[in-house]
Design a protein around this ligand. Structure first.
Ligand SMILES: NC(=O)c1ccc[n+]([C@@H]2O[C@H](COP(=O)([O-])OP(=O)(O)OC[C@H]3O[C@@H](n4cnc5c(N)ncnc54)[C@H](O)[C@@H]3O)[C@@H](O)[C@H]2O)c1
Ligand SMILES: O=C[C@H](O)CS(=O)(=O)O
Length: 484
């Protein structure tokens, strides 16, 4: 069970077709506590029929919603933010229970999720057009932006609140309707957010959350021509599949996919700042974020000092149930995640890497893994090529700037990268040379609602957040008026 102050936020039905309903089949799927493995809830196991119902309802609801003024849409979104903030503790407990992250991180995610709604409530008012200089004096060229229409969102488990509002907020602000399929591991947070949106006065069927068979629901969302936009956050493998499934209906796509973030620490770096940044990037959500440091390149002159300081910081981490005070590292999401960490670690050790601390399942058992530092990693190891998605800091050594830039760019991914240097020239030239959508300089935390979040290469398409994020939910229209 989950101990909530407001038990109305623990939902066992889905807002589909304008009503909170169960699956037509009556079937349900279990939600388990990520730390204990115990069942905490049942949610509807919906499929194609319910998805078709949701799409039809969204199409109807969006016709009125797009006619509302930006200010009236913003008013409802701001009320939603207020209700989220009033229910922060309950939402955080839902996030920690189903996703595993420590309560302090979960509270932070609730604020992060709310920030996107606040941001796009105001961005709604800045959707404008332009009057172009006509090529004919008797004509007027008008360019405006209109909502895309019915949108779909498919979201991951690692940020069960923020990855939803980062899509839903701009969609609603732009005048769209949106159907969310949350990750099967973390549906409760999505359902609670939808309940709060309803209480904020959002008209029915504008935000629908549908839980159940991912392939069946996703297949209908991709196949159905009424859905004009799909925004997906998750693995590159799934993103590639969904992109192909959307091709026949030429949908507008936003893809926030996998990462393989390099951290580069130069000899001239502030050592304390570098260790702090690595810890913040690498061990947030126990290493289960798309922008986590996946490869840590350290210049030879500072290598040993950084190894020593990083081991001290890692050994100070407290592993446990995210609901317990002082815990800074929760469990991984499932046994498969543990197996991937062990696969990468064993591959490296067999190829000559050196274990400095951790390197094993945690004595707590379950899906807990000891925070780990492993050194002498090379480009030939899995750590260099694959996203580990776990609490393992893999340290590579390098000598020259050009050498490390080549190492950092030697991947099909291009989401986030980080550098630590006090040298002004490096602070400009290295980010310019790195093939990534986002680069942190002397920091390991770069995510917020103001800046454009997204990747290049096989880390995705489009940007979320920022003044650019709402464009993903708008279509441009050019009107040529002949006055002759
Ligand atoms: N770029 C970003 O902003 C970002 C954010 C979070 C996670 N991620 C990436 O996501 C991955 C981990 O998250 P995950 O394990 O939830 O990813 P995942 O791709 O397995 O699942 C993501 C979502 O896709 C759904 N899904 C899976 N297969 C599907 C199918 N065939 N049809 C329709 N839906 C399907 C899942 O149910 C879930 O809702 C990592 O690679 C991580 O880097 C990226
Ligand atoms: O896991 C990916 C998320 O986008 C991480 S962040 O919270 O946006 O940095």
């Amino acid at each position: 069970m989950i101990n909530l102050n407001n038990t109305d936020l623990l939902l066992d039905s889905c807002p589909v077709g304008g009503e909170w309903s169960h699956a037509q089949s009556g079937k349900t799927m279990s939600v388990v506590n990520a730390a204990t493995g115990q069942k905490i809830a049942e949610v509807p196991l919906m499929g194609q029929a319910e998805t078709q119902q949701a799409i039809a309802a969204a199409e109807m609801a969006q016709k009125a919603w797009k006619m509302q003024t930006a200010a009236s849409r913003a008013k409802i979104l701001h009320r939603w933010v207020s209700l989220i903030q009033e229910n922060t503790e309950d939402l955080a407990r839902l996030i920690t229970s189903e996703g595993g992250k420590p309560l302090a991180e979960a509270r932070g995610e609730v604020n992060y999720a709310a920030s996107f709604i606040s941001w796009f409530a105001e961005e709604a008012k800045r959707v404008d057009g332009v009057l172009l200089q006509p090529t004919n004096p008797d004509q007027r060229f008008i360019v405006s932006k209109q909502p895309v229409g019915v949108c779909a969102a498919i979201t991951p488990w690692n940020f069960p609140a923020a990855m939803i509002t980062r899509k839903v907020a701009p969609a609603l602000a732009a005048g769209c309707a949106i159907i969310v399929k949350p990750a099967e591991q973390t549906p409760l947070t999505a359902l609670a957010l939808a309940k709060l949106a309803e209480l904020a006065g959002l008209p029915k069927a504008l935000l629908q959350v549908i839980t159940g068979d991912a392939k069946e629901i996703g297949g209908e969302l991709c196949r159905n021509a009424t859905v004009r936009k799909l925004s997906f956050t998750g693995s590159t493998e799934t993103g590639r599949l969904l992109m192909a499934q959307c091709a026949p209906t030429i949908k507008k796509l936003s893809l926030e996919l996998g990462g393989n973030a390099p951290v580069i620490v130069f000899d001239d770096a502030d050592l304390g700042l570098a260790v702090k940044g690595i810890m913040a990037s690498k061990f947030r959500n126990s290493g289960q974020t798309c922008v986590c440091a996946n490869r840590i390149y350290v210049q030879s002159g500072i290598y040993q000092k950084l190894c020593d300081e990083l081991v001290k910081a890692v050994e100070a981490l407290k592993v446990g149930n995210g609901m317990d005070d002082g815990v800074t590292q929760g469990p991984l999401i499932n046994a498969k995640a543990i197996e991937k960490v062990e696969l990468h670690l064993n591959d490296a050790l067999q190829k000559g890497a050196t274990l400095l601390t951790g390197g094993h399942k945690h004595p707590l058992g379950g899906n807990y893994f000891a925070p780990t530092v492993v050194a002498n990693i090379t480009q030939e190891m899995r750590f260099a090529r694959e996203e580990t998605f776990g609490p393992v800091a893999a340290l590579f050594k390098f000598d020259r700037d050009d050498e490390v830039v080549n190492y950092a760019n030697d991947t099909e991914f291009g989401l986030a990268a980080y550098i630590f240097t006090q040298d002004a020239k490096r602070q400009w030239q290295i980010p310019e040379a790195l093939e990534y959508g986002m680069v942190g300089v002397n920091t390991g935390l770069i995510s917020n609602e103001v800046a454009p979040f997204g990747g290049i290469k096989q880390s995705g398409l489009g940007r979320e957040g920022s003044r650019f994020g709402i464009d993903e939910y708008l279509e441009m229209k050019y009107v040529c008026v002949n006055l002759a």
